[in-house]
Design a protein. Sequence first.
Length: 410
Amino acid sequence: MRFSLAIATLVVLATQSFAQDSVLIGDAPLPADIAIDVTLDSPFLGIWTGRWDSWRSHILVVESRDEDGLFNVVYSVGRGQNGRGNWFRSKARLDGNTLVFTDNDFAARYSISGTGRLRGIYPSEDRVAILERQTLSEVLATANRQWFEVGTRDFLTTELREDGATVELAVAIYRPPGDGPFPLALVHHGSTGSGTDPQAFDRFFSNDWLADVLNSHGWIAAFPQRRGRGGSDGLYDEGFAEDRTEGYSTEARLSLAGAERALMDAKAALHALQERPDVSDGSVLLIGFSRGGIVALMQAGDDPGNTAGVINFVGGWMAEGSGDPQINPTLFRRIGTFDGPVLSIYGEDDMFYSIEHSLSNLTAMEAMGANSETHIVAVPGYNKGHWVLWWPMLWEEIVSDYIRRLQDQR
């Protein structure tokens, strides 16, 4: 049965918005005549907000279903690299448990994850989105960008001090369903390329899909930003040359000191997070991307008894051939006496680390007695191997299997 706008069971946009062609939610526009049939029994029904690739604002509205069984949907995205945001109406069908656009030229599809969030993929697994269901009236009442943050942004008060002041570290926290407390997965970010672009220091690192995978297994996921990064207090000082305008130093003494500073921040973040009532007292899963992979390995070696496992995505500290060749193997050996499972995932055709270079680093780690498991995947595109984290179809099953094995051992 179809329902008209006059029926009271429809949720509609506020009256004042009907005078407009569209209404902006942050930078994502919506049509002014949205109507959601709340009598429809479907897990997809309603308004969902999130981000494509953890950065571009996205709204999906599933309004109703027509007499042919097709869903009436509104698709909206915010400002992208090539212009302003836009929206359009379309139809979608159910293919098993997946909602698929019927337009063959727009191959977006969505499914409900184990956390109750919506997962979007478009078109050939090279664009992914995580969205959360919202209440339309609340979104309209506070029509800003906050709705696109799947995790909660916060600040951690730490024991670190600079210039006599307490340092607070910015963090994104993603909670699984339920009351908790939950085991903690701590995810560390990488570098800023060469370190010569101060604007890059402000970029906030998180990954909605990885967080949703961790949440689906019952782990609370935290993405802390180290000092001077992503809105955190303090100076970003992880191995810079003595003239900071030259970026990261190639000298071992400066580079290794920068890694120690990163570890100090990681430990401070962990200590603050373990004070939260929704974080359990058990051991921690340490995860890192690029330089963050090194930070995770070092942190496991520094506190093996408090570490459940390590997931290393394309880990390395200095790009191959650009610094003292002993920097990376020295830091991989910082795994120390940790003998728990270490999962490493590397992409072929990595512009920073060849597979041969990465395997030699892992060999240095394994010589310390590490329980190491390595997966090498092919990331589509030229020189794209370093960005494997943004291709979850390549690693989700690997990571999920690893987590299940961890949980069997707990």
